[in-house]
Design a protein around this ligand. Structure first.
Ligand SMILES: [Zn+2]
Length: 180
């Protein structure tokens, strides 16, 4: 009997790039290769995001795990310590865009210096855009408010004019969620 050709590459470890934060980890593939399994779960040593390794024709592909597909960890580049808040978004919601819209609204209403707290962004997403609070231990995709805001700055006018994102009570709500 000839040995079944293995889908996994040789070597005990595969150097995998985290689909959430880009960090690389050496993931043990000796057990899955030995047992001719199709995939294995793993998690990132940097952001703890869960992902899956798939093997085909001696190559390894990394995919986000389904459980984290719509989970976002909201934080800010200039946070002191871990002030992140995790939410689960309904599929189809452009969560990063909506989060930046909420921040832009605060700047528009309360001045350029206004910053909505991570908790405020999360609470607004939950109260007005159909998101759900979720366990902090379920690490999801990084949503860094600082970088996402920078990215969308050139689209400020377009974003503010998007009537599908307007909510009547957002102003009163945001008043309570500004960084002091
Ligand atoms: Zn990661």
């Amino acid at each position: 009997m000839t040995e079944m050709q293995n889908k996994w590459p040789s070597g005990d470890y595969s150097n995998c790039q985290c689909p959430y934060c880009g960090h690389r980890d050496d993931v043990d593939i000796s057990v899955v290769r030995e047992n001719h399994l199709d995939w294995r779960p793993s998690d990132c040593s940097e952001c703890f995001g869960e992902y899956w390794l798939f093997a085909e024709n001696g190559a390894v592909t990394v995919k986000k795990s389904d459980t984290n597909a719509n989970t976002f960890r909201i934080h800010h580049h200039y946070d002191w310590g871990d002030q992140s808040v995790t939410i689960e978004a309904p599929s189809g919601l452009d969560t990063k865009r909506v989060a930046v819209y909420i921040q832009f609204q605060a700047e528009n209403l309360f001045g350029d210096e206004a910053t909505v707290t991570n908790l405020g962004i999360a609470a607004a997403l939950v109260s007005f855009y159909g998101c759900k609070h979720t366990s902090h231990s379920r690490y999801g995709e990084d949503l860094d408010m600082y970088f996402e805001r920078e990215k969308l700055c050139p689209k400020y006018k377009e974003l503010m004019a998007d009537v599908s994102l307007m909510r009547d009570d957002l102003q009163d709500f945001l008043k309570e969620h500004l960084d002091a």
